[in-house]
Design a protein around this ligand. Structure first.
Ligand code: ATP
Ligand code: MG
Ligand code: MG
Length: 539
């Protein structure tokens, strides 16, 4: 039960939902199909699931598709994939666009009731009036005039396009969201689902209270930075209830938005990274999207554990990535297979006296404490490859341990006189030695014809944003980290030919990796591509 855990985000779920009755709670996760889901959306989805389960209620998933300019089939398909990966169990899937006919009917009722008016004040002037709390000259238009403009808007005519429909709330309110917000506006863009059928669309503010109520949502969870909008939501819902008999109440319940250091969680900003080619795609391992994080080697269980450990606290905090990767490491370490690699550049041959004349092949477990991980071949030979860093760390006469073999005594070290880099090392096997007494444990791979090493590309990443805590008034484009992908060629043990895409492994003394491109994926001669998985220790 992850909910009992109490992260430093504070809070748990004990508080519960107001007015919740077992068996009657209905929550909803309402993504807009304007991008892939990010980790903040994952929190929203999992919290809604959590409360639906807690009260033996129901969860709905609704595509909030009220803005044709931003929405696409690609996003719908990928959000569906993300929802499946998150393991959401929802009762039904709906679309706000299913309710467009009813919303238009409601719009007409609002005009007739005198609570919505057409405004053709130019955008700039409207913004200025809203800032100053000044009523628009259009506010006093008659019902007939408003209905005529409504028809023009429905037709998407020239006159229609210059108007917006606004709720008649309170331009003097200290709450800016109450200053006659826009309810409908024209948009001639193709809608991903309804095509060109509609020329005007309800705003999110206009559609959401209606659809929540009509679908029987009892508790609408929202992030706390929208608290100002609560008053607006209830005003709108009350106005609808007068015109649409039987429309039930909805409770708004807010929780803290999830933020991470060095990270942007906004689809608009993430879109910019995709569109400017700074990342490969929405599922790039540097993206804080569900797909990006999974591709980087996060287990879905770790993501869930982290999110539920946050509780339903309302305090907005900025989370450290180390925290979630530490949870992940605890999950992968006990089972993921071990393999060995040596960096290609600067690798050094160690010639070992006392080793068998002919290379010998042993069969050993891929994880010593986890037999289901299977077995692998291990070749021992007279000549071994070492990493340059290891070769540079040993000294003549020193006793070292060769991992999974035994001790050896270093005899000679040859260096390049110009660079000081080690070019060759010799030593002799000393199997009687005690590995507990040596300081250095060396990773090695047989340099022998019988042991055909695999070309690897080890890829590491940095954050896309180089500022730890992004502020409201920062221009994110100024904070873009120029270099965020680092590649190193390496050679891996022959067993690595069988690794599958998405398989997680540990490279001995190097860290955890996930297979992005398995052997042969990109044709002969192409390396196996491994992405390094953060282990929660900032480098
Ligand atoms: P974005 O700014 O990324 O577009 P959004 O809120 O506009 O986010 P939606 O698709 O409308 O995107 O969001 C779906 C749900 O996820 C909403 O209930 C929203 O409040 C919630 N949500 C979005 N971002 C976060 C976050 N960082 N932490 C928690 N919940 C979030
Ligand atoms: Mg939104
Ligand atoms: Mg947003």
């Amino acid at each position: 039960n992850g909910a009992a855990a109490n992260g430093d985000g504070g809070g748990s779920f004990d508080i519960g939902l107001p007015g919740a009755e077992e068996g009657k709670v209905v929550t909803r996760f309402p993504p807009e199909p304007s991008g892939y889901l990010h980790i903040g959306h994952a929190k929203a989805a999992l919290l809604n699931q959590y409360f639906a389960d807690m009260y033996k209620g129901r969860l709905l998933v609704r595509f909030d598709d009220t803005n044709p300019s931003k929405e696409k089939d690609e996003f719908v398909e990928n959000i569906m994939k993300d929802i499946a990966d998150l393991g959401l169990r929802y009762e039904k899937l709906t679309y706000t666009s299913d309710y467009f006919p009813q919303l238009l009917e409601l719009g007409e009722k609002l005009i007739r009731a005198g609570v919505m008016y057409a405004d053709d004040t130019p955008v700039e002037a409207m913004r200025d009036q809203r800032m100053k709390g000044v009523e628009s000259a259009c506010r006093g238009r008659s019902v007939e005039e408003n209905l005529a403009r409504w028809e023009e808007m429905k037709a998407g005519s020239e006159v229609g396009l210059t108007n917006a429909m606004r709720f008649k709330m309170d331009m003097k309110s200290t709450n800016g969201t109450m200053r006659d917000p826009v309810a409908f506006r024209c948009n001639l863009t193709h809608h991903w689902r309804t095509g060109h059928k509609y020329k005007l669309y309800p705003t999110y503010d206009c559609a959401c209270p209606f659809v929540d109520a009509v679908e029987g949502v009892t508790h609408a969870l929202r992030t706390s930075e929208y608290r100002d909008r609560e008053e607006q939501y209830y005003w709108i819902l009350a106005a609808y209830q007068k015109l649409w008999p039987g429309l039930p109440n909805v409770h708004i319940w807010d929780y803290s938005r999830l933020n991470f250091v060095n990270t942007l969680l906004s689809k608009r900003k993430l879109t910019w990274f995709v569109e400017t080619g700074r990342v490969e795609s929405w599922n790039d391992p540097r993206m804080p999207t569900v797909q990006g994080i999974l591709r980087r080697g996060m287990r879905i269980e770790a993501l869930k554990e982290f999110i539920l450990s946050q509780g339903a606290s309302k305090n907005v905090t900025v989370q450290e990535w180390d925290k979630i990767w530490t949870i992940n490491k605890k999950l992968i370490d006990p089972t993921c297979p071990r393999h060995t690699a040596v960096e290609e550049e600067g690798r050094v041959l160690l010639t070992l006296e006392g080793a068998p004349e002919e290379p010998e092949v042993l069969v050993v477990p891929r994880h010593k404490k986890h037999p289901p991980a299977g077995k692998k071949a291990l070749t021992r030979s007279r000549q071994l490859w070492l990493d340059q860093v290891d070769a540079a760390a040993v000294s003549e006469g020193e006793e070292v341990t060769l991992m999974d073999w035994g001790n050896a005594i270093i005899k000679t070290i040859t260096r390049d006189p110009a660079t000081g880099a080690v070019t060759a090392v010799s030593g002799s096997l000393h199997l009687a030695g005690d590995f507990k007494k040596t300081k250095l444990k060396l990773t090695w791979l047989a340099a022998a014809e019988q042991c055909e090493l695999v070309a690897l590309l080890l890829v590491d990443f940095d954050h896309l944003i180089n500022k730890k805590k992004v502020e409201e008034d920062d221009n994110f484009m100024d904070l873009v980290n120029p270099t965020t992908r680092f590649e190193k060629a390496a050679l891996g043990d022959p067993n690595m030919r069988t690794l599958q895409k998405g398989e997680v492994l540990q490279l001995e003394r190097k860290g955890y990796y996930i297979v992005d491109e398995p052997y042969g994926a990109k044709g002969a001669g192409q390396p196996v591509v491994l992405f390094s998985i953060p282990d929660g220790h900032t480098k």
